[in-house]
Write a protein that binds this ligand. Sequence first.
Ligand code: ADP
Ligand code: MG
Length: 503
Amino acid sequence: MPAFDFTQWPPFISDKDRATLQYRATTYALAHGLLYLSVGAQPPAPTSAIHAPISLFPTPFPRVQFEQAQRLQSIYNVLYSRIAMDTEFLDQIMGAEVGIGRVDEFTGQLWSGWRDLREKGLAQPLHLGLFRSDYLLHQRDSDLSLKQVEFNTISSSFGALSQKTAEMHRSLETSTKFFHASAHLTADNFPPNQSISGLVEGLAAAHAAYNVDGSRILFVVQANERNIFDQLWLEYELLEKHSIHVVRRTFDELAHQAKVSQKDSTLFIETLDRSQVEISTVYYRSGYTPDDFPTSTQFQTRFNLERSKAIKCPTIPLQLAGGKKVQQILTEPGVLERFLCDESKYGPQGVFSTRALAELRESWMGMWGLDLDGEIGVRQARERALELVLKPQREGGGNNVYKEAIPGFLESLPPGERPAWIAMELISPPMGLNNYLVRAGSGASIETEVVSELGIFGWSLFGAGKVISEKEAGWLVRTKGKDSNEGGVATGFSVLDSLVLVD
Ligand code: ADP
Ligand code: MG
């Protein structure tokens, strides 16, 4: 079979059919809660919902690489769980005494808070991770491979809305057959995506492990969050399928409303009627950026929750494990073996095959620290700037430095801050792939050349040296205009999309 020709996408349709697809896509989105809040300060009861930005066609993606990404998720779930449990490793890499916490203030503050707490003794041995591993297709001549962009261990978003987007494309197929524009667009090429029930299964597993009747799950959210429907779908599923109630609070609300009992470190939240509810699990949809911690009060609140008996998703060590620096260190010789091949530590059932390790490594681009061997890290970054992206220890988009901007940036970067940055080879996604992108209120869809980033969700419940349970939990596709370097939907650069598998 000849390889799929990405330059032939999207298939031709008439303007009239395209307008019909847009009408059906946007009305489906509005009717099925594929929603967003519009820009600007939000009233407490949102009155300004719009449909999320979406693509009219799903994006073609090779079946082989999609299945590979799904297969890798289980290993990643275990890998990052074990990293989070390896205090010595995290102290070394992320700590504020010898690791990058020395030069990256935010990392240092989180690490120091965690160190102080663990010295006093932590009340809850279990951690919950809801993860998302992000990938791009990498094309070299006619050879396609799957390459990891990053691994997220905190606030991995768009699980719910990506399921809704996949359902929207499925509905377009059912209702219009996409006007028979492409033989690829058939229902059996649309992979199922159960990310809502998948992610909620993880939260419910933590809640069950906590095992206190009437306890609730706390969602720690940002004030003025625009992506609330993505979170609300998880709440509805928790309540309707698992009879678990959710309380949503910001860090600022929790400063007054969260109490940790002296007796046994139970976390209680004050509700509107001033009664107290016990919290089984703390799920962070904030706390991943320094912007969430404008003063020391928010850090105090975070540490207060951390020391409580509630299960945290994630704990501070699990958040630290998701650092870009850890991703880079994993590419160094022997590091993967430390976590995946140590039979004396993880038992004969807990080690992975050389084949599995090789498959993980094949999905990585080259990376190094800017502090590598004196000047060598920076020199390599300068010389190879056009093939690179530089990343600091930040999440949430808008922090990276690309290609031409690298030499100037390196001039201005104080040498003391180099350890906080990694250099990563750029992934080269297939060229000439287009799609129609639709934003609320923007009239006709825009046809543009795009890049699509695949995310695979997974969860893991672990602690005291062991992974108790872990699963792959659905997927996400974000598609952005080719000329925008960054990929966050929330920052307005990209749309939600889904997949049509091709061979
Ligand atoms: P963040 O934590 O800010 O999401 P990412 O590592 O995901 O950081 O980078 C943000 C975006 O930059 C990605 O979504 C992707 O579009 C682009 N990007 C990151 N790394 C690479 C890379 N190695 N090659 C090509 N694009 C990349
Ligand atoms: Mg990212």
